[in-house]
Design a protein around this ligand. Sequence first.
Ligand code: KG4
Length: 316
Amino acid sequence: MICLGIEGTAEKTGVGVVDSDGNILSLVGKQLFPEKGGIHPREAAEHHAKWIPKLISDACDEAKLGLDEIDLVSFSKGPGLGPGLRTTATAARSLSLSINKPIIGVNHCIGHIEIGKLDTSANDPVSLYVSGGNSQIIAYEYGRYRVFGETLDIAIGNALDQFGRETGLGHPGGPVVEKLAKNGSYIDLPYTVKGMDLSFSGLMSAAIRKYKEGIDIEDICYSFQETAFSMLVEVTERALSHTKKDEVLLCGGVAANKRLREMLDGMAEDHFAKFYMPKMEYCGDNGAMIAWLGILMNNSYGPDKIDETRVIQRFR
Ligand code: KG4
């Protein structure tokens, strides 16, 4: 079976083609870079609408396949920004109807984990999924994926990006903060773990406040990272010890951060667990993870049932 997957939960849209043996036949994408501020949901949706048709055709070309050779269409049905999700679902439905092939909507976060498992030899990990929109600690237990802990407010990537914008470091903030953190020293910032959940908004506001007070930016960046990543590692460690698993998987765009990898890897080692991370091209949002999860979900539950007439009427 060959599945074409369409991703569009945030500012990136991507299309991937994957076969049922887990071969990634193509992976193409386009990212929207906001001129100022963060991601505007309507602008992200317009970006997706503009690029998805070309990306579908590029993905087929790269896979050396015609549209008639696609057996299944999958799309990210959430979580994400509403307008972009609607655009992505509409594109997937249009494609599915026009090539007369089944469709399946899949969970974006689980897509990150499943492509992570496919690209590494991880089998049953506790996963730390950290991106611009999500911060979750997830593991498979008792026949389903369970969220063991997550942010109560903003995601870690969003906190780094907002901090970057407020302090003139630019967008996205994560990579610049990582660079500046290399020469910093520790200053006290709020550490907020509540039960198994996390909060990053107080930490971000305090970091911005310190910047306005004239504290050295390198010290703030270093302390921001140390504090936020310790919080994430603490909850992942607790999930690991609760589930008694022996694998830890890091995924999502913030996985690019070397300090986070080092801290998580160290924690895993302390628990005799193996640390895994997929290649960076599979860490950020991409269409291949949606296609691969489409195949897995279809194998387990079959495709979604769509009332075709209703869909056509609604989008005409
Ligand atoms: O998964 P992703 O590519 O897409 C979205 O969630 O939209 O993640 C993007 C996030 C941004 O918040 C960005 O600041 C963060 O990943 N990021 C980093 C680094 N590189 C990207 N955060 C920390 N350190 C980095 N080196």
